[in-house]
Design a protein around this ligand. Sequence first.
Ligand SMILES: [Zn+2]
Length: 192
Amino acid sequence: MAIGETGLDYHYRDSVPVEIQHERFKRHLIAARELELPVIIHTREAKQETLALLREYSDPRVGGVLHCFTEDLVMAREAVRLGFYISLSGIITFRNAASLRELARQLPLDRLLIETDSPYLAPVPYRGKPNEPAWVVQVAECIAQERGITVDEVAMQTTANFYQLFRAAAPDAPEHVREALANAELLSPNAL
Ligand SMILES: [Zn+2]
């Protein structure tokens, strides 16, 4: 369905040298491009290097997602321009994450995904507990609040985004989801 997660994490450059990180990331991007599979990317403290490799080796028609995104709006916009989705996690509910909430307001809703990254990073008000997939609701609620729209709108659009990106999952979309997305004209006819 996808390749990943893969990417550059300079926070851990002491445990995995950057040369090795680059070499592996590049290899995964090339494989994703050749197999026409979206790529799930982990990126931390390596903005320019990540974007440079995406520019060179990713395919905008296949794209991918920058998961659990914690970098800045400039990077997010450039990744969107390169055909990627930005996935927001429970971190956006944290008190000190104002810049991520700004990003949740500024990015186009049709390029956002939501996730929990459980068991890590439980959202407020569960912060500190082992995270659960069910708490993705708190991420959706936070985005809805920031954008002044309903949780339903966030849920519908991010679900549509999921099936646009992970095309191999589309045939298994539950019937009620398929109908809801079609009625809301949120998916191109050939996507499901
Ligand atoms: Zn990750």
